[in-house]
Design a protein around this ligand. Structure first.
Ligand SMILES: Nc1ncnc2c1ncn2[C@@H]1O[C@H](COP(=O)(O)OP(=O)(O)OP(=O)(O)O)[C@@H](O)[C@H]1O
Ligand SMILES: [Mg+2]
Length: 238
């Protein structure tokens, strides 16, 4: 589904990614982990096309994305939920979903609003609430739902749990897991600083250290090795 290999990218003359390899498959979660500034967001931005790769390859659905313009990549079915939640304060939940809804891949919109509400019931209960009235957790679910309106086959989530209370984090985890069990579930790349959370829901894990892959394996393998976690991601992570 998504195969990133030997990706090099950076900003102006500053190289950040130095040979990143990463994969994600339909209905599964790949956690992309690492301390601050290790290149997680840069990796996601390179897949979306916001950062230009200097070399390497990003294959998605059998196509090469490197060199392809951003809008073309979006049309192939790449959904991106950036770190800042970007909810409109004055628009209601339903309005957010309506303005985002457009035909996705293959002219299809497989995620009409009622299906999204079924998946994330809180959005139904809060359908007329305005962006400014939503809690951080509700805003996060809304932006994930908004990204799903176009029926992406790859969903990139950049630190969805940042700043949220532990009980809300668990709820978001349960929703993401539920999404994975849907019949046409996307492949998910989940960038996280919250290691416990990420490893509790992910299938695969990739850890970046200074723009290089320091671990690539199953989430289970990393979850069962606290020494390795400490060495690669360090103490002080939640
Ligand atoms: N727009 C930019 N211009 C120049 N350098 C940047 C830019 N954005 C990020 N960087 C640098 O690239 C490196 C990787 O940043 P990146 O945002 O990818 O890290 P990250 O792993 O997502 O970190 P965090 O956990 O803090 O979000 C850092 O050294 C950062 O300072
Ligand atoms: Mg980041």
């Amino acid at each position: 589904m998504l195969e990133v290999s030997d990706l090099h990218a950076g900003y102006d003359n500053t190289p950040v990614l130095r040979g990143v390899t990463l994969s994600a498959r339909d209905g599964a979660i790949t956690a992309l982990l690492g301390r601050n500034g290790m290149g997680k967001t840069t990796t996601i931005r390179s897949i979306v096309g916001l950062v230009k790769a200097t070399s390497g390859s990003i294959r998605f659905d059998g196509r090469e994305l490197c060199g392809m313009p951003i809008h073309k990549r979006a049309q192939l079915g790449i959904g991106f939920v950036p770190e800042a939640r970007q909810v409109f304060p004055s628009l209601s939940v339903t309005e957010h979903l309506k303005i985002a809804a457009r035909n996705g891949k293959g002219g299809r919109n497989a995620w009409p609003i009622d299906r999204l509400v079924e998946l994330f019931p809180v959005l139904g209960r809060r359908s007329s609430a305005r962006g400014s009235q939503l809690s951080g957790g509700e805003q996060q679910l809304l932006v994930i739902a908004r990204a799903l309106t176009t029926n992406p086959s790859l969903l990139l989530l950049d630190e969805p749990t940042e700043g949220l209370a532990p009980s809300i984090v668990d709820e978001i985890g349960a929703m993401i897991k539920r999404l994975c069990r849907e019949p046409d579930a996307p492949a998910i790349v989940l960038v996280e600083q919250n290691l416990t959370f990420a490893l509790s829901i992910a299938d695969q894990a990739t850890v970046l250290v200074k723009g290089e892959v320091a671990f690539d394996g199953t989430a289970e393998e990393l979850a069962s090795d606290p020494e390795l976690q400490r060495a690669l991601i360090g103490l002080g992570t939640p």
